[in-house]
Design a protein around this ligand. Structure first.
Ligand code: PEP
Ligand code: MN
Length: 264
């Protein structure tokens, strides 16, 4: 079902008038984690003003260590839903377990499956039973074939609204947090009709690399970007501050992308 062989045309997922896939470039921006109503409201305002279409923010965070901030849970979902509604943005948030699929789908327009859950087959099967669009992140050690098979689980369950997200893979390099696999973009688009979104934030782990890799992703044909942005990334951000753009950098990036997207 994910294969281009049986579905030659690009899949375009339309959510409340926003088209994801095909020739459209969609930009999702926001903090790694929802922290407070004021924080998410202000960031939503900035995402909208910059020209973004989707507000991102985690309420349930998959942290490597059990003592790190784990997200504020359902409260965060309501804060983000409110901010999205107020500023006219769609919302995307990560769902980590099958039990939370319904509550996350109640508040968010798009559900994100994190890199660590790409092969959480129970979660994928559960997401196949609803129609809410899913952004499936590539496992950091997953091949294209494993990635597309994970998407297949959701599609096979009856949910056709799946986007693939390249978010960097693990290599021997340690300077960057992950290695953003740019070739994944055209490869996945040739193998599959599903929209391909690039995440240059987790893909590099370094703020100064987000802009060039975002531009390179769009030049490589990405259907969209998901980018971390925070109003105070170096002091108050609860996670991923070092890779989060300042609001003015986010706005400048979106302005430049208009030109690249037109050429591609
Ligand atoms: C995130 O988007 O904040 C996140 C945790 O992403 P990933 O699953 O790609 O690490
Ligand atoms: Mn993050």
């Amino acid at each position: 079902l994910a294969s281009r062989d049986f579905h030659p045309d690009d899949t375009v997922i339309e959510i409340k008038g926003v088209k994801i896939g095909g020739p459209n470039l969609v930009v999702m921006g926001g903090p790694c984690a929802v922290e407070s109503p004021e924080q998410i409201d202000e960031i939503a305002r900035l995402v909208k003003a910059a020209g973004g279409q989707v507000l991102r923010g985690g309420a349930f965070k998959p942290r490597t260590g059990p003592y790190s901030f784990q997200g504020i849970g359902v409260e965060g979902l309501t804060m983000m839903a409110e901010a999205g509604k107020k500023h006219g943005l769609l919302t995307i948030t990560e769902v980590m377990t099958p039990e939370y699929v319904d509550v996350c789908a109640e508040y968010a327009d798009i559900l994100q499956v994190g890199t660590r859950n790409m092969q959480n087959f129970d979660l994928l099967r559960r997401l196949g039973t609803i129609k809410t669009p899913v952004l499936l992140k590539r496992g950091f050690s997953a091949t294209y074939d494993e990635f597309l098979n994970a998407a297949e689980y959701i599609l096979a369950g009856g949910n056709p609204n799946v986007m693939l997200c390249e978010r960097g893979i693990r290599t021997f390099e340690t300077y960057t947090r992950n290695t953003l696999d740019l070739a994944a973009i055209p490869v996945l688009q040739s193998l599959s009709h599903l929209p391909v979104i690039s995440d240059p934030s987790h893909g590099t782990g370094r703020r100064e690399l987000v802009e060039p890799m975002a531009k390179a992703s769009v030049a490589a044909g990405a259907n969209g970007l998901i980018v971390e942005m925070h109003t105070d990334p170096d002091n108050s951000a609860t996670g991923d501050g070092v890779q989060s753009l300042f609001p003015d950098q986010f706005a400048a990036l979106l302005k430049d992308l208009e030109v690249i997207a037109r050429v591609v």
